[in-house]
Structure formats: structure tokens, C-alpha cells
Write a protein that binds this ligand. Structure first.
Ligand code: DGJ
Length: 731
């Protein structure tokens, strides 16, 4: 409320800036260093989107711009399309008023621009003259990163309550002859599978209605290639975007009869009509987007730079390598098991030990996934010396210590389920279905938010040596409902997600330095809403290096490598059964935040020696993984190889990863990869890492950047799962 007051006053001062001039448009440019979103007020005061793409030296050139559209066929490209008026497409905003009518026609009222260093914020106030509904459109333009974050603030100043039937964060009109949409689908242990299609007329929708674990099937992100039949890495125009929301989401891509594409991104209003009382305001989450005229590569680099600087908690900070207990011990451990794992982790040069599931609950001990969730006390039958003993032991060995929690859930077999049955997500008279033997706690209820905050807080109090929390969330919502919300069940999905954010905000105030991983059965909560509070994601429960090539390639199109946790596990892989060489597993895990997740005792001496080497070299170059620019050299979705590199901002250092995913016949020989992002005029010393014998003739020598970028780099990778990592350095 306070914010809106200032907003209103400031806008008033500038309201006279744009007079209605017959036949001409008043231009509101939202610009970054290389891109521009050109918004324009027509003389009927409607705000339209005239351009999103390359920056134009003189945006005023759009003042006389004619769209050629006939209003007989619907309205023009409105900046925030609403149900009502002449608009007949998918609305960003659909409101039902107390008198039962559905029409909203927003017109420009005023705007203001604020410059705050690298961020230029444009706030535009739109009003409906009949219902007096107000919408503030807020665009934060990140100059250097070429990223715009848009959101809307919907304010009801009318007499009675209104119902928001749709309330998207933003609309983005694009104009091209063809649009190729790339998006991400999947399932458990199979997240972020790249999918794509050439859009045809009408509407393509990507959405999630799962309540929790929302990104395990689809991800709230996309890339649209303009005038192309496929996603290209280095050429062509690409618009990439993502929604910062960890709940149900909806992205729609509507190609209308004028061939324009309207992209809408926002909270999914499925079962979530939002009632706004007089004086209330609803702020949508941010719709983040960028434009590239150098293919998907530059679009990713823009999003990653923004994410490291603004979008990820602790973004760009180097997070420790670790050994996680899950795949090595599952629920079967004693204090002794953990201490020996800590010894081995320290011996291999890892920097943290993470105790996963299975350490808690006394009356209903957590010795399997069927009991204990909700009862967050140490299981002293299993760990008689307690957590502090183990955490301090790790610290004594020079390791940090992390621990697992799943605070949003409860097993029916728990004290919590008996003491607070009303906290469980449920619908009266219907079965409260179990999934992984558990129920979901109702985070729309402030008492449950306090409880969940307390779980984290009390876990931190188990030892002064807890550096890292792995926050898990292992099921979706079914038979949704909240005893707390009573007759206002429409609020459930939105307020559940807001509830998590409330908890995370409080936790971050109290624990600003704790590293927190966002896990949801793997990649079930991978979005920029969660990443405001979490340092990293557990990319997938699938630790098989071969299938990780596909998951990590696609994840990295939108999310930076610094958030992508990637662990070396045992073979045959526990999820896929694949058997891959240890070197291949390390080379894959080293392209994200490196970890291990196996019983180190099962490694041979030779394997231990390789592990030592890989971990040591990773620690020397990993700042490139956390802060470098990514250049993808070969896509696993398109050929037999996967290859990528990270380049330092000054272009003096780089690390290159190459992987062979399919056997090459004997005639193939060396495979040329065109390195990218280097300074063509510099000379780079190239060193192959993680091996005894190099697979490239040029390793150990200096080479010119232009040679490396034009086919000179050609390692021999012929067998399935051959892989190589190279470090490049220039004076
Ligand atoms: C699912 C996670 O993704 C795994 O890594 C592990 O933490 C298990 N839950 C533990 O139950």
C-alpha cells in the first residue's frame, strides 16, 4: 500500500508528459544496451507494443508508425491485453466485476522512469475509465545483461470486490514470418527434455497444475526463434524468457490472424480465481525475457549474466564440492558410516559432506520413505551422538557440513500427522491420497509457514557447524484444499507458493550465508522464483552421466551452470542401469557444481586416484563454471557429440568439455569442434585435464585463438563415452 501511494504521486507529476496528439503515437522506450521494447500510446490512449528486438537509435521514429491493422478484426498489439473492448485473443488480464460484467479497457494514465545504476525502471499506470481498475506495468531493464523483467500490479479502486480470472505477468508481441518454439518437458529423472515445434495459428500452451513439484513435467521457460525452423546456437533472432514463479504456471503462444505472436506468461489461474477487495493490490511474479540476434547462445549468456548478478541467491559465488550420502548409503547408516564417508570425502579433496534423508524421527523412525516426515528430531537410536558430533567431525576434517530436510511434507506415520491433521492439504469427505507415502502440508496457512520456518531454524540449531541445507519436496498436490482457507479455496494454489516465499524471506533474513539447495525429487522446482532464495538446484535425481548430457544441456539454455548440481555416482547407474566410465562421469559432473554421491569405499585405488585428480583440477578452474560465459559447441540433441565451454569475462581463460555419445566408425578420426568466445588474436596454452594420456595432438602447446575457433581443435573421441576436458590460458 505504501509503495502504491508513492507510485501514484510520482506518476501524477509526469502525467502531463504525454499529451494525446492526433494521428501520432507517444513513444515509451524500454531499452537495454542492445535491445529495445518499444511501447507506444495511441491517440485513443491505448498502450501498444510496437517492437521487441534490436535497439533502435531513434525510437521516436515509431511516432508515426502505422500497423495497418483494421480494428474491425480486433484491437492492435496491446501491451497488456484485457478481456473487453475489441480484444478477442488470449487476455493477460480477465476481470469479472461485481455487476457480473467482464469488460476491461485500459488506457494510459501516466508513467515514470527511474534510473538505479544498471537498472532502468519504467512504471506505466493504466486505468479503466468505467470500472476504475488500475494496472501498473513495471519494466526493469538490466542494461548490461540485455534482460527485461516485467510484472503487473493490479489494483482495485472500485466500490466492490472484483474477481481476477486471468492475471498474467506480461505480454510480449513478436512479429516474424515463422516462429519456432523450444520448450522443456519431462518427468522424474528425466527433467528438462528439449522439445520444439514450428508454431501454427492459434494457441500453444505450456503449463503446470501440479501445485508442488511443478517443473518436473514442464518448465516455465522457452525460446522462440524468429524466421527459423529450428533453434540455432549462433545465428538468428531468438527471444528467450522465463517466469519467476514456483507454483502453477501458464505460458501461452498465440499466433493470430495477423501472424503476430503474443506470448503471455503468468500464474496459472486454474482453480485460482483471485478475489481482490476494494483497495487491494495483486502483484504478479516477474516475466523475464531477452532478445538475441546471435542465436540461442547469446540469449543464454544474457539470461545467465542476469541470473548471476540478480536472479540467483548468491549467484556467481563458488559453492563447495561435496559428497552426498544418498546414493551411497540411502537410509542405511550409522554414525560410523557417516564418519568414514567424511574421511573419504576429505581424502579425495572434497569440501563438504551432506547428510541426506534418514537422520530424524524417533517414534516413527525414518528408516524408509514410509515414516517420520514431520517429526524433525534426531533419531538417536541411529545416531546416538547426535548431529553436532557428525558436523563437528566434518569440520575437524576441514569439510563443511550439510543436511537434508523436506519441511513441506508429512508421513501419516508421524506424530505431526496425529497432532495436526488439519495442516494437511485435503478436501472434506474425499480421500487424502498418499504419494511416496506422504501428504503435503498446507503452506497457505500462516501457522504451517511458522512450523516450516521452525523446521529449518531448529535444524540449524542442531549444530553450530551446519553450512548447507538440502530442501526437498517429493510429491505433487492431489485433492487440493485447505481447512484454513474455508470457503476461499480459490486462493489455495497462489497462497501456497506465496507461503513458501514468506518462509524463505524470513529464513534468508536469519541465515543469509547458509547455502540452500532447491531439490524437488530432483528438478521439480527449477525456476527463477525459487532461485531468488536458493543457491542451487538438484538438477535431477538422474545421476547417469549419459542422460545428464541431455538434461544439463537443456537446463543450461535457461539457467546458469553455477546453479546446476551434478554428482558422480556408482555404476550400473541406480536410475538408468547405464554403465559409463568414471572419467566420463567426472567430466560430465565437472561442467556443473561438482559433487559425488556414492560409497567411496567401493572405489578401487585407481579410481580414487582419478577422482583425486579430477577434483583437484576442478577446484583450480571452477570459477569459470560459476562465473564464465557459456558457449555450446555441439548439442546432444542434434548429433553424436556434446561439447561446451566456459570462458572468463576477460577471455583469457576457458575450460572446454567434449563428450562422445555414440560410437564412431574407424574412418571418422579426429572430430573438429569450433571453440568460441576466445580472443582470436590471443595465444592460449591448452592442457588436457583428468587423464594420463591426452586425446588431442595439440595438448600441452600454445595455439592462436583464431586457430582454435576455426577447426584447429580436433580431439579423437571415437568410443561411446569417450570424453575430454581442456583448460586454456593466455598471458
Ligand atoms: C529425492 C531427492 O531428489 C534425492 O536426492 C534424495 O534426497 C531423496 N529425495 C531422499 O528421500
Amino acid at each position: 500500500m505504501k509503495y502504491l501511494k508513492c507510485f501514484g504521486l510520482a506518476l501524477l507529476a509526469l502525467a502531463l508528459a504525454i499529451p494525446a496528439t492526433a494521428g501520432r503515437r507517444a513513444i515509451i522506450p524500454v531499452e537495454t544496451e542492445h535491445t529495445a521494447l518499444i511501447l507506444a500510446v495511441r491517440n485513443n490512449r491505448v498502450l501498444e507494443t510496437l517492437h521487441f528486438g534490436a535497439r533502435i537509435a531513434d525510437p521516436k521514429a515509431f511516432e508515426g508508425f502505422v500497423t495497418g491493422l483494421s480494428e474491425d478484426n480486433g484491437s492492435g498489439p496491446m501491451a497488456y491485453p484485457t478481456t473487453g473492448g475489441r480484444y478477442i485473443g488470449e487476455p493477460a488480464l480477465h476481470v469479472k466485476y461485481p455487476d457480473g460484467y467482464h469488460n476491461t479497457e485500459l488506457v494510459y494514465d501516466s508513467h515514470q522512469v527511474q534510473v538505479n545504476g544498471n537498472i532502468v525502471t519504467t512504471k506505466i499506470l493504466l486505468k479503466d475509465p468505467v470500472t476504475r481498475l488500475q494496472v501498473g506495468l513495471i519494466y526493469d531493464a538490466y542494461q548490461k545483461e540485455d534482460v527485461i523483467c516485467a510484472h503487473a500490479e493490479i489494483r482495485n479502486v472500485g466500490a466492490g470486490p472484483v474477481q481476477l480470472l486471468n492475471y498474467a505477468s506480461g505480454s510480449l508481441y513478436l512479429e516474424a514470418d515463422r516462429y519456432y518454439l523450444t520448450h522443456f518437458h519431462g518427468g522424474w529423472a528425466d527433467e528438462m527434455q528439449m522439445d520444439g515445434e514450428l508454431l501454427t495459428h492459434d494457441t500453444k500452451v505450456i503449463e503446470s497444475r501440479r501445485g508442488t513439484q511443478v517443473t518436473q513435467c514442464n518448465n516455465p521457460s522457452f525460446l522462440v526463434s524468429l524466421n527459423a525452423d529450428r533453434l540455432q546456437e549462433n545465428v538468428g533472432e531468438v527471444v528467450a524468457g522465463a517466469l519467476a514463479w514456483s507454483g502453477n504456471f501458464r505460458l501461452s503462444f498465440e499466433m493470430d490472424e495477423s501472424n503476430r505472436l503474443n506470448v503471455l506468461a503468468g500464474i496459472n489461474s486454474f482453480a485460482s480465481t483471485y478475489e481482490l477487495d476494494h483497495g487491494q493490490i495483486f502483484a504478479t511474479p516477474e516475466f523475464i525475457y531477452t532478445y538475441s540476434d546471435r542465436g540461442a547462445g547469446q540469449a543464454s549468456r544474457n539470461l545467465h549474466a542476469w541470473a548471476r548478478n540478480y536472479g540467483v541467491y548468491g549467484g556467481g559465488q563458488v559453492n563447495p564440492t561435496l559428497l552426498n550420502s544418498w546414493e551411497g548409503a540411502y537410509f542405511n547408516f550409522t554414525t560410523e558410516t557417516l564418519l568414514r564417508m567424511i574421511d573419504d570425502a576429505a581424502g579425495m579433496g572434497l569440501e563438504m559432506f551432506v547428510l541426506d534423508d534418514g537422520w530424524f524421527a524417533k517414534d516413527y523412525p525414518r528408516n524408509g520413505d514410509d515414516a517420520g516426515l514431520g517429526d524433525w528430531e534426531v533419531n538417536t537410536a541411529k545416531l546416538p551422538e547426535g548431529i553436532d558430533y557428525v558436523a563437528s567431525y566434518a569440520h575437524g576434517k576441514g569439510l563443511k557440513f550439510g543436511i537434508w530436510i523436506e519441511p513441506e511434507m508429512v508421513n501419516p506415520q508421524s506424530n505431526l500427522a496425529h497432532t495436526h491433521p488439519e495442516w494437511v492439504v485435503q478436501s472434506p469427505g474425499r480421500e487424502t491420497y498418499q504419494s511416496r507415502n506422504q501428504w503435503v502440508l498446507d503452506l497457505s496457512n500462516p501457522a504451517v509457514q511458522d512450523f516450516v520456518f521452525g523446521i529449518f531454524d531448529n535444524t540449524m540449531k542442531l549444530s553450530g557447524n551446519i553450512d548447507y541445507i538440502k530442501w526437498d519436496c517429493n510429491r505433487v498436490v492431489s485433492n487440493f484444499g485447505s481447512t484454513y482457507l474455508g470457503s476461499e479455496q480459490d486462493r489455495f494454489f497462489v497462497e501456497y507458493t506465496q507461503g513458501i516465499y514468506n518462509v524463505m524471506r524470513r529464513l534468508r533474513e536469519k541465515y543469509p550465508d547458509t547455502i540452500v539447495q532447491c531439490c524437488s525429487s530432483g528438478g521439480g522446482r527449477v525456476d527463477y522464483g525459487a532461485l531468488k532464495y536458493f543457491n542451487e538446484i538438484w538438477t535431477s535425481d538422474n545421476t547417469d552421466a549419459f542422460t545428464r548430457a541431455y538434461i544439463q544441456y537443456a537446463t543450461n539454455l535457461i539457467y546458469p551452470a553455477c546453479v546446476m548440481a551434478s554428482h558422480v555416482s556408482a555404476v550400473p547407474n541406480h536410475q538408468t542401469g547405464n554403465v559409463t566410465p568414471l572419467k566420463f562421469r567426472f567430466d560430465m559432473a565437472c561442467s556443473g557444481r561438482l559433487g559425488m554421491e556414492l560409497q567411496p569405499r567401493n572405489l578401487t585405488e585407481r579410481e580414487r586416484a582419478l577422482a583425486d585428480r579430477c577434483i583437484r583440477s576442478y577446484k583450480e578452474y571452477r570459477d569459470l563454471v560459476f562465473t564464465g560465459d557459456v558457449y555450446r559447441l555441439a548439442s546432444p540433441y542434434e548429433g553424436d557429440y556434446y561439447a561446451l565451454m566456459y570462458v572468463s569475462q576477460d577471455r583469457r581463460r576457458a575450460v572446454v568439455y567434449t563428450y562422445c555419445l555414440k560410437y564412431q566408425n574407424r574412418a571418422v578420426g579426429a572430430h573438429p569442434f569450433r571453440l568460441d568466445g576466445l580472443d582470436p588474436a590471443r595465444r592460449y596454452r591448452v592442457t588436457e585435464l583428468n587423464v594420463d594420456r591426452s586425446c588431442w595432438w595439440g595438448s600441452g602447446y600454445e595455439h592462436a585463438g583464431d586457430f582454435l575457433m576455426n577447426g584447429g581443435f580436433n580431439p579423437v573421441l571415437l568410443k561411446t563415452f569417450d570424453s575430454a576436458v581442456f583448460y586454456l590460458e593466455s598471458d
